[in-house]
Design a protein around this ligand. Structure first.
Ligand code: COI
Length: 359
């Protein structure tokens, strides 16, 4: 049966945070989207409601076995228009995660439309200062109240919205971050769930992140789980290296998240005439390039992080300073162009932005 969207608008508007000092992910807008799944009805009861806590049975499967997936994308306001950046890619990836996590598929185009309605309703929450945006968090959780290990027969999909500033709290958007190359803990292995956006991947990363923070680093760079030699991804972003004029990023090998910003950066770099290699890349090779002076730039890409230059890589006993701890030209050009396209200030030759239209 075709899904229909019902709307319950709130009458008591929430107080907005101070938009001069927006942190990442701590404030939420007036409304949220919810829909439910059960075996009899499939996905049903799609609705926009006031933002409010949800009530779940303590035995709901998500609390015990972590059957949960999520997405992250952003909306921007520019010249009176509201733009989403490649929203279809996120809902496509949500279904890839769903498939692996044994969660039923969702109607991607229905969700893009429902999201447009939600963002349109809460548009006065979209921040407009440089580096700010409305972060969109769709997620699915298993809600069946039973503690057998089994795929849930009931789910809830929700979309919440958060006005945000830069992701890394200790820096402004383009100040280089310090990365700790993790060679004790691992994130994922081929055949596992590393390519999905499932919550457990992030839970499993926290111990290493705490270690990195204690040692004075911002993020962890994960290596392959089998040999602990090859670069995979960073805690909240994909990673790129500019070596001797060429750009290299780890190939999607089954244990790496296929980032939407990663894909956009590769397309943009090729459009600019760069050679981009998606391949296996070892820390040895990076250390060699650092030693002979050909490691020109390192940067991460992600929805939350956008483009995040890396100023230092700590690997075993080596501290490798990249580009004098300064933001490189390529990182800056990429940030300005991607952020410019996202906010509608730059031409979008790729057709990535989707104006919010409510039918
Ligand atoms: C994103 O970049 O949207 C992410 O989901 C990464 C992180 C905030 C978990």
């Amino acid at each position: 049966m075709a899904l229909e969207l019902t709307i319950h608008e709130r009458t008591d508007k929430k107080t907005k945070p101070d938009y001069n000092d927006l942190s990442f992910g701590t404030n939420f807008t007036d409304h949220m989207f919810v829909m439910d799944y059960d075996k009899e009805q499939g996905w049903h009861d799609a609705r926009i409601t006031p933002y409010e806590p949800v009530s779940l049975d303590p035995s709901a499967l998500v609390f015990h076995y972590g059957q949960a997936v999520f997405e992250g994308l952003k909306a921007y306001k520019a010249n009176g228009e509201i733009l989403l950046f490649r929203p279809e890619k996120n809902f496509e990836r949500l279904n890839i995660s769903n498939e692996r996590m044994n969660i039923p598929q969702v109607d991607e185009s229905f969700l893009v439309e429902a999201l447009q309605t939600l963002v349109h309703m809460d548009q006065d929450w979209i921040p407009t200062k440089k580096g700010q945006s409305l972060y969109i968090r769709p997620f699915v959780i298993a809600t069946e109240p039973v503690i057998n290990v089994k795929p849930s027969s009931q789910y809830k999909l929700m979309i919440i919205l958060s006005p945000v500033g830069a992701y890394y709290s200790n820096s402004d958007q383009m100040s280089p971050v310090k990365i700790y190359v993790e060679d004790e803990f691992v994130r994922s292995v081929k055949g596992g769930v590393g390519f999905t956006k499932t919550s457990g991947n992030y839970a499993a990363s926290l111990r290493a992140q705490t270690k990195a923070t204690e040692l004075g680093y911002d993020q962890v760079l994960w290596l392959d789980a089998l040999e602990k030699k090859y670069v995979e991804e960073v805690g909240s972003m994909n990673i790129f290296f500019k070596i001797n004029g060429e750009v290299v990023t780890p190939a999607l090998n089954g244990s790496i998240l296929a980032g939407v910003t990663r894909d956009s950066v590769i397309e943009l770099l090729k459009h600019w005439g760069y050679t981009v290699q998606e391949r296996r890349l070892s820390m040895e090779e990076i250390a060699e390039a650092h030693k002979d002076g050909t490691l020109e730039e390192v940067f991460g890409t992600g929805t939350a992080a956008v483009i995040s230059p890396v100023g230092m890589l700590k690997w075993k006993d080596k501290e490798m300073v990249v580009n004098n701890k300064e933001t490189g030209k390529l990182s800056l050009d990429l940030y300005q162009t991607i952020a410019g396209i996202q906010t509608g200030e730059e031409k979008d030759p790729f057709g990535w932005t989707v104006p919010v239209e409510v039918k």
